[in-house]
Design a protein around this ligand. Structure first.
Ligand code: FES
Length: 116
């Protein structure tokens, strides 16, 4: 797993982008002190999910308000596809750790595709 630093660097109810080598991942901290990690781009038109609104365990894309379940990545109320999610946790020292597989689509420098 990769250490992304203190959880306090992510305000409650917000997300932040992290780069791990050539990989990019969006990490979210909920108001209930849970952390989740997903691919950085929305499956609709590649909106920047880390800038989205975090409500409970969902994120709302800032571009067109499509919603996703942060724990499963599941698309909620639309058919643009689910997000890839990654294991994330906060260790006893308060650091966020994520597990990113080598084959992750997050490795892509630019998102591809989109849905209507
Ligand atoms: S790009 Fe995310 S909802 Fe449109």
């Amino acid at each position: 797993m990769y250490d992304l630093g203190p959880v306090g660097n992510i305000p409650r109810g917000e997300g932040r982008l992290f780069r791990v080598g050539s990989l990019t991942v969006a990490v979210f901290r909920t108001r209930a002190e849970e952390v989740f990690a997903t691919q950085p781009w929305c499956t609709h038109r590649q909106g920047p999910l880390a800038d989205g609104l975090v409500a409970a365990d969902t994120v709302v894309c800032p571009l067109h308000a499509y919603r996703f379940d942060l724990s499963t990545g599941r698309a909620l109320g639309h058919a643009c596809g689910d997000l890839e999610t990654f294991d994330a946790l906060v260790d006893p020292a308060g650091h966020v750790h994520v597990r990113l597989p080598d084959s992750s689509p997050a490795r892509q420098a630019q998102p591809q595709g989109g849905c209507a």
